[in-house]
Design a protein around this ligand. Structure first.
Ligand code: ATP
Length: 139
């Protein structure tokens, strides 16, 4: 643990909109890949993983940053963690009311049983809304 605290990691999250997050002094990164959740600490073996839509948690001593990540890719090597995602949002930039409205809209569509509704699209919209609400600790 002492080594982890004195030799922390550098983390970058990049989306097509540009850099979303960049910081040093990170002690833990938690994310979710297809086969489940995982965490990375200093001296982790090199790893590359396709990410699920998930909330990435970046921990520094006394501070946690939550980032909604909508797929993408994580790689780690030499105490650097890079995440490249098609869309990523810091929790504090998420509009909770909008995400709640999107959740309700998607749920109504999924419950409608209408043939005109694209269920896969509604399911994905629901997952995006739930990820945003989870990132902001609103559910
Ligand atoms: P909505 O139906 O509310 O537009 P959505 O899931 O369909 O939600 P996306 O297509 O994932 O929205 O995103 C479109 C753009 O709007 C992106 O730039 C995304 O970052 C932004 N966005 C979507 N929902 C929110 C939110 N709740 N807070 C802040 N930005 C959001």
């Amino acid at each position: 643990m002492a080594d982890t605290l004195t030799n922390p990691m550098h983390v970058e999250v990049i989306s097509p909109d540009g850099p979303i997050y960049s910081d040093d002094g990170v002690t833990l990164v938690a994310a979710r890949a297809e086969d489940g959740e995982f965490a990375i600490m200093k001296n982790h073996l090199p790893l590359a993983a396709a990410l699920d839509m998930c909330v990435v948690r970046v921990e520094k001593p006394g501070k946690e940053q939550r980032i909604a990540v909508f797929g993408g890719f994580l790689e780690t090597k030499d105490s650097k963690v890079n995440i490249i995602a098609p869309l990523a949002e810091l929790a504090e930039t998420i509009d909770v009311a909008r995400a709640q409205a999107a959740k309700k809209r998607a749920e109504d569509r999924l419950h409608s049983h209408s043939k005109e509704i694209d269920m896969d699209r509604a399911k994905l919209a629901l997952m995006r809304a739930l990820t945003r609400l989870h990132a902001t600790k609103s559910i």
